[in-house]
Ligand binder design. Structure first.
Ligand SMILES: Cc1cc2nc3c(=O)[nH]c(=O)nc-3n(C[C@H](O)[C@H](O)[C@H](O)COP(=O)(O)O)c2cc1C
Length: 431
């Protein structure tokens, strides 16, 4: 195989045959990693080959890294934190080694899976006896491929290269700077990077559960979810309410196929998936329409359009429920500064913005509630804490056992400081 072929044809393999890769082969792959460039040519990267089945099980159970059980030969890649950490040179060196390993493995018929979501890193460090001055960069899974994955779409030169200066609206976290089509394309790619088989762990566990239960209290016989990113909320609700009908409008045809696959894998017969613009939407008479985080993820103007179009879809006495990541909450303040973005542009919005947009579109807000003063502590591994917040972060972490902040709910004034706010609106009565 020539280099170009290896680079172009390598794929992330997530399903392996139940057969360990011979130790000698793994060592040859790691040797390929060691040939990579490395900052100051220092040996900053180390590799921990996991061959002990009992240890694998411990990592699975105690660190919550479930997929490790599917990997015949996992290798943890760690890097030294004491040297060459400027501009993440230690992580860059380790990543160069990983890519070399992936390419070499592919050239000799071994599948590889680069994994960043390896559960509780601290627990893994403890189990693998990794010293404090080393960080886990990733886990790389190796095995004989049980699948030949299709090539996912890759960025094209046009969208990726700039001449001298970086000019792009897509660097903005604010959806108001994006076109709907750009957001759709971005979300599609982000969602495709996961597969329906991969277990999903919501970022904010309590908030997710609270939102889910709240939506459930508003269900009618016929329900519509508008532009949910990955189907987690609608599918969870539809699974628990199989006697009710659900419709999901998704951003694009590609996402529709992905949703269909996921729906099928969950055996849901009560969910219909539609794609594209709401304008062409011919399913009126909904009892409840849900807009999960829509204003956080779409331009304001677009949300206004959607709310206007939804007037035709809403049944008599129907209600719309919008959930909003609140800019006045603690996590909202952190997110406002650009931390924690997952699916493309996403910013917290203020209560005033939500109220204004409903008013403009001709709706009355008839109910409102707030959940969680602070994110679930399970999600801390995902959030980079900005400077100045670290002390308060540590104090809150100590109070973890109380779960008070996460479980907090309010319909009154304190709800204005909650992380997630839900608003129920009905069409304005004409007097
Ligand atoms: C830094 C990094 C972290 C990744 N983490 C995960 C992961 O946690 N889970 C996963 O399924 N894939 C993970 N991947 C694999 C990517 O999802 C995959 O490379 C991407 O979808 C493109 O597919 P391809 O590798 O076949 O080109 C990771 C890749 C990189 C580079």
């Amino acid at each position: 195989m020539d280099v170009k072929e290896v680079i172009w044809e390598r794929r992330t393999v997530r399903r392996f045959k139940q057969k360990e890769v011979p130790e000698q082969t793994i060592l040859r792959i790691i040797e390929a990693g060691l040939q990579a460039p490395s900052a100051c040519n220092q040996p900053l990267t180390k590799f921990i080959v996991i061959s002990d089945l009992a240890l694998k099980e411990k990592i699975c159970k105690e660190a919550g890294f479930v997929s490790i059980q599917k990997i015949p030969s996992p290798v943890f890649v760690v890097c030294d934190n004491c040297f060459n950490s400027r501009n993440y040179a230690n992580f860059q060196s380790a990543s160069a080694a990983i890519e070399n390993m992936l390419l070499y493995a592919h050239s000799i018929g071994i599948g590889s899976w680069w994994i960043n979501s390896f559960g509780d890193g601290k627990k893994i460090a403890e189990l693998l006896k990794i010293p404090a001055n080393f960080s886990i960069v990733s886990c790389v899974g190796f095995g004989f491929p049980f699948e030949k994955p299709l090539k996912p779409s890759k960025p094209v030169l046009n969208d990726s290269v700039y001449n001298n200066f970086f000019l792009s609206s897509s660097s903005s976290k604010n959806p108001d700077d994006w076109q709907f089509e750009e957001i759709a394309k971005f979300s599609e790619k982000a969602v495709f990077a996961k597969s329906p088989e991969i277990g999903y762990k919501p970022l904010f566990l309590y908030e997710f559960k609270n939102e889910l239960h709240f939506f459930e209290t508003l269900l009618g016989a016929k329900n519509l979810f508008v532009y949910d990113i990955d189907g987690n909320i609608p599918f969870a609700i539809a699974s628990a309410n199989r006697q009710k009908d659900f419709f999901c409008v998704v951003y694009s045809e590609g996402l529709k196929r992905w949703f269909e696959k996921r729906r099928h894998s969950l055996g849901l017969k009560n969910v219909k998936i539609l794609s594209g613009d709401l304008g062409a939407f011919g399913q009126p008479g909904f009892d409840s329409i849900f807009l999960p985080n829509t204003l956080n993820r779409l331009p304001k103007e677009r949300v206004l359009e959607i709310l206007l179009q939804l007037k035709k879809a809403l049944g008599k006495n129907g209600k719309i429920c919008l959930s909003n990541l609140n800019s006045l909450s603690m996590i909202g303040v952190i997110f406002r500064n650009g931390f924690g973005r997952r699916f493309g542009p996403e910013i917290p919005r203020s209560r005033a913005q939500v109220i204004e947009i409903f008013k403009k579109a001709g709706y009355d807000i008839v109910g409102e509630k707030g959940f969680s003063l602070f994110p679930s502590f399970d999600s801390f591994e995902y959030v980079r804490v900005p400077k100045g917040f670290s002390t308060i972060w540590r104090v809150l972490k100590k109070l973890h056992f109380l779960n008070f902040f996460e479980k907090f709910e309010s319909k009154g004034f304190p709800s204005r400081f909650c992380q997630k706010n839900v608003f129920i609106a009905k069409l304005k009565k004409i007097v």
